[in-house]
Design a protein around this ligand. Structure first.
Ligand code: ATP
Ligand code: MG
Length: 664
């Protein structure tokens, strides 16, 4: 384990970042633009003129067993169908196609284990493994339409499992490895999974956590679950139930090596995946095959400017989130990319591991979440500075609004000032990136996801009149169907219609996020509809206030909520984490209030600032403001099934109770 690096030079960095905060736009660097796949902004107008033509051209880049009859069937909104009459297979598109074209030796994944283990998996190997597992699943009685749960950490077998399911038309339901066994049971029960693929144990920062044993404790009586396939990953002892449990390596070894990909209807379900649960009880999103692949392959190619022969791509999400499904598995493999896959956490064996991996594999495209960047800011620039990051040429973020300070830090410290940043806005529901810069075309503004991807139509609607706004803040909607859109909420069709289409009717998808559109037509997603705060009649977004707070040099992270206030309607309460080991005191409070007053206005100054070492976050790292509201109001906490660390909320509850007692 490396020692804590010195923090020399951090003041200079602060000064440089403060200067950059004044820059309004960042044009694509000339060299980048010249080499980019897309450099002509005419693509937007073309796609706008003929969106269906645009999407069918994208679909044509895939392999179809049978071509579609109709691009879009919109006869029964909001139940849209894409590429009807076409037949396709996701695993064929991810694997066979490349192997048949002579690219079987290309590395699909440079896998790296927590303890430094390395495995390079080529497309040909992946195809061989997938075929055997697909046959083994069939032998277990799994067929087209049967749901298969996958509860596997970041090891190559998780990809093999997903693609084996896709090969035979069994929709997968992946549960993030960090979830508890209870959450797995709930999801298996709800989706009536017939089989579950899991592991004996998982690596957790130098230790091994038993997985199968925990699964057994909760899964016992689930009748629909006929088989559990156990991957022997860490050699963790576990018991196997006769007649139900089998070892992955054994069934695969016994399976026939050839399993041709099943031609599936374009609308055949590819997977079910639950949302993060940031705002409410998680929703089971259903995605189908043809439209989904079209969306993820096109966005992956163009947003990341992917040159499969030259790039090494790394999406540092977990495969258990939609980001992992679309941009670790289906998008990159459809496009024949070479990716990095990292088993572990960003701070093990030390806080420099990500940057060591970038250097080791020559990563050229890095895609991660603002929460990770904010953690790196807190840990200090010294960690990345120990490594050669010159291979990087493009950076991306997803998951939450990124505050300008974190954006600039990413730009400067990680990107060396030369890499465009694509801030990609999308959701589990949208399947693929919806609002994003195109790196060779779009001038970026830190904190804005910029513009809809070609063919996508987004609007910001006035909250009271429901009318589209040219400029201003309101509700984000998508007003045209897109191929990778969710088809329904699994077994909750009413909730599907209610959640997304009750407000503006069946042809207008209500996103659930609040957004601002500026004079240049740039979209700024500023948080959830529920997170908008109203102070003395000023409608403020949490993201805006948080960005202002984080602009203070001592602050690493902040979350803002509105609390009922006698005088102003709502008052702003800020939960703040400081950089490194700094302690909060009155002078920092005043400093933060002054920073907010300067950047937004006096009315936006937080009335209360509560120091905290950490914020309640989902397991995917998003701040759960609804829990902060519950804490501030002294209510019972709402659904906490996706809360990462209950200790954080417990501590905060105590802290708030103490403060309230002290205030009388
Ligand atoms: P739930 O729907 O259960 O509350 P969730 O919305 O966090 O959970 P996801 O589908 O993983 O679940 O996340 C999508 C949301 O993440 C978006 O609606 C948006 O609020 C936020 N988001 C994603 N990318 C961005 C981005 N680039 N900028 C701003 N917000 C983003
Ligand atoms: Mg959501």
């Amino acid at each position: 384990m490396a020692t804590e690096p010195q923090t020399a030079g951090s003041e200079q960095l602060e000064r440089e970042l403060a200067e950059l905060l004044a820059v309004e736009r960042f044009e694509p660097p000339r060299e980048f633009r010249e080499q980019a796949l897309l450099k002509d902004p005419a693509i937007y107008a073309e796609a706008e003129r003929d969106p269906l033509g645009f999407w069918s051209a994208q679909a044509e880049q895939l392999h179809w067993f049978r071509r579609w009859d109709r691009v879009l069937d919109d006869s029964d909104p909001p139940f849209y169908k894409w590429f009807t009459g076409g037949t396709i297979n996701a695993s064929y598109n991810c694997l066979d196609r490349h192997v048949e074209a002579g690219r079987g030796d290309r590395v699909a994944f440079h896998w790296r284990g927590e303890e430094g283990e390395e495995r390079d998996i080529t497309y040909a190997q992946l195809l061989a493994d997938v075929q055997r597992l697909a046959n083994a699943l069939k032998a277990l009685g799994i067929g087209k339409g049967d749901v298969v749960g996958i509860y596997v950490p970041m090891i190559p077998e998780v990809v093999v499992s997903m693609l084996a399911c896709a090969r035979i038309g069994a929709p997968h339901n992946v549960v993030f490895g960090g979830f508890s066994a209870e959450a797995v049971r709930e999801r298996m029960e709800f989706s009536q999974a017939k089989a579950l693929i899991t592991v004996d144990g998982a690596a957790r920062k130098g230790k091994t956590a038993p997985v199968k044993e925990r699964v057994d404790e909760v899964m016992g009586d689930l009748e629909t679950l006929e088989a559990i396939v156990v991957i022997r990953s860490k050699g963790t002892p576990c018991s196997m139930r006769e007649g139900r449990d089998v070892y992955y390596d054994e069934i695969v070894a016994a399976a026939d090596p050839d399993c041709p990909a099943e031609p599936l209807d374009a609308e055949h379900p590819l997977y079910i995946l639950y949302t993060s649960g940031s705002t409410a009880k998680p929703k089971g999103i259903l995605h189908t095959t043809g439209g989904y692949l079209t969306g993820v392959a096109a966005t992956h190619r163009y947003v990341f400017d992917l040159k499969p022969d030259a790039d090494t791509y790394w999406c540092a999400a977990d495969v258990g989130w939609v980001t992992g499904h679309s941009y670790i598995v289906y998008g990159p493999l459809c496009n024949g990319a070479t990716s990095v896959m990292w088993e572990g956490a960003p701070d093990y064996p030390d806080r420099g591991i990500w940057w060591a991996l970038v250097e080791r594999y020559g990563v050229s495209i890095l895609y991660c979440a603002p929460t990770a960047i904010r953690a790196c800011v807190k840990w200090g620039a010294e960690w990345p500075r120990r490594h050669d990051l010159s291979s990087l040429r493009l950076l991306g973020t997803v998951g939450e609004p990124i505050n300008p300070k974190a954006w600039l830090w990413y730009h400067k410290v990680i990107g060396g000032g030369r890499c465009p940043i694509v801030d990609t806005w999308w959701q589990t529901e949208t399947g693929a990136i919806m609002i994003t810069p195109l790196p060779g075309i779009t001038a970026t503004k830190p904190g804005s996801a910029t513009q809809p991807f070609p063919g996508v139509r987004a609007e910001v609607r006035d909250e009271s009149t429901g009318q589209p706004m040219q400029e201003g803040q309101g509700l984000l909607v998508l007003t045209r169907p897109w191929p990778s859109m969710l088809r329904t909420l699994y077994r909750e069709e009413e909730r599907f219609v209610e959640t997304y289409f009750a407000r503006f009717g069946p042809e207008t998808y209500l996103v659930g996020d609040a957004a601002r559109v500026d004079k240049d037509g740039y979209v700024w997603v500023i948080g959830r509809i529920d997170d908008v705060v109203n102070v003395s009649g000023h409608r403020l977004s949490t993201a805006e206030v948080e960005s202002a707070i984080v602009a203070h040099a001592d602050v690493a992270e902040a979350a803002v909520i509105g609390q009922h206030d006698e005088d102003t309607g709502q008052a702003i309460v800020a939960f703040v984490t400081l950089q490194g080991e700094l302690e909060g005191d009155d002078s920092v409070v005043e400093g933060i209030r002054a920073t907010v007053a300067e950047r937004i206005g006096k009315f936006a100054r937080p009335k209360r600032i509560i120091w905290t070492d950490d914020l309640p976050k989902t397991r995917s790292g998003k701040i759960m403001r609804r829990l902060l509201r519950d804490i501030a109001e002294g209510r019972e906490l709402g659904d906490v099934t996706t809360l990462r660390d209950p200790a954080v909320t417990a501590k905060l509850k105590e802290r708030v109770a103490e403060l309230q007692a002290a205030e009388g």
